[in-house]
Ligand binder design. Structure first.
Ligand code: SF4
Ligand code: SF4
Length: 306
């Protein structure tokens, strides 16, 4: 490919043949860094903007190889588990190289636009045949605006359709500047009221709501994603509110409802971060069914999972 763009991004995962991140078969690129900290986040390794060390306890066979390989004596392994002293860790990655089970992982790599395009272009045939393309997810892709801009331009040059999965917690000028380059926006709707939004996600929802309004006004096709969290946003008021917002959007293609599942805790523990200790009680399928009914009554396509 003939490009002189040397912009680099920090990527924590690349998922090829993805089928839940927009139409058709897609490559989903996960960009690192997010300003929100939702306790139900499925990708907590995307929150920090810099590369980090992740220990997956469920994969660990407690062999102790990592502790013996660590030149900083930063790892303690005993039959009860493994502890990493992150103050001592210099990110030399010797523990990752030696780990036989893949439990010790390095999360986050710098990649140039050219390098990433080479990965994306491998599956061009699948995008063309299935109506798919590339989805930029995260983390929050808009937090690496130069890189995202370059990637969107390069995809456009190659005739590859693009989607961005965003929290919409983005400076509005950046959001509006990049929107015309994006074919589809997947956005989250989490809580209706500002105070609970601030409490659970760490930020106000005012900017998010404004950006969603601007996006629809700009004519951008979108998919609304609702993580349905027991005890947090599955009450009747939220269900009615989500359905009302969806019904007012002109360019909304469909709504994806994402029932909660507890992937977060092991990853949070493995990143050395404090758990929020927030317990989500299972409240059954009433809210899910009611939301589906309300949306379908408005002729809005609903996908559960997504
Ligand atoms: S990255 Fe290096 S310093 Fe850090 S825990 Fe692993 S081996 Fe030790
Ligand atoms: S080397 Fe891997 S499997 Fe062995 S104790 Fe360390 S993290 Fe666990």
């Amino acid at each position: 490919m003939n490009t002189t763009d040397i912009t680099t991004g920090t990527i924590f995962n690349i998922k090829r043949y993805a089928i839940h991140d927009g139409p058709g078969i897609r490559t989903t690129i996960f960009l690192k860094g997010c300003l929100m900290a939702c306790p139900w986040c499925h990708n907590p390794e995307g929150i920090e903007s810099e590369p980090e060390l992740l220990h997956r306890a469920s994969l660990c066979i407690l062999c102790g190889d990592c502790a013996r390989a660590c030149p900083e004596d930063a790892i303690q392994a005993d039959p009860q588990g493994l502890k990493i002293d992150r103050e001592r860790c210099t990110m030399c990655l010797k523990c990752v190289e030696i780990c036989p089970s893949g439990a010790m992982q390095h999360v986050g790599n710098k990649m140039s636009v050219d390098e990433l395009m080479q990965v994306i272009l491998r599956d061009r045939m699948f995008y063309e045949e299935s109506g798919g393309g590339v989805t930029f997810s995260g983390g929050e892709p808009f937090l690496q605006p130069k890189f995202l801009n370059s990637m969107l331009d390069e995809c456009k040059k190659q005739g590859i359709r693009t989607a961005v999965d965003t929290s919409c917690f983005v400076e509005t000028p950046i959001f509006l500047q990049l929107l015309p380059k994006i074919d589809l926006v997947l956005f989250d709707l989490k809580l209706l009221d500002e105070k609970p939004h601030q409490r659970y996600t760490g930020v106000s929802n005012k900017l998010i709501n404004d950006n969603i309004t601007e996006m629809d006004r700009a004519g951008t096709m979108s998919i609304m994603r609702i993580p349905l969290i027991p005890g947090i946003n599955d009450d009747k008021r939220h269900v009615l509110g989500f359905a009302r917002i969806a019904a007012t959007m002109i360019f909304l293609e469909e709504v994806h409802i994402l029932p909660y599942h507890d992937m977060y805790r092991e990853k949070v523990a493995g990143l050395g971060k404090l758990d929020t200790k927030l317990e989500f009680k299972n409240s059954g399928n009433d809210a899910l069914n009611q939301l589906i009914e309300l949306l379908e009554a408005e002729d809005i396509k609903v996908v559960v999972g997504g």
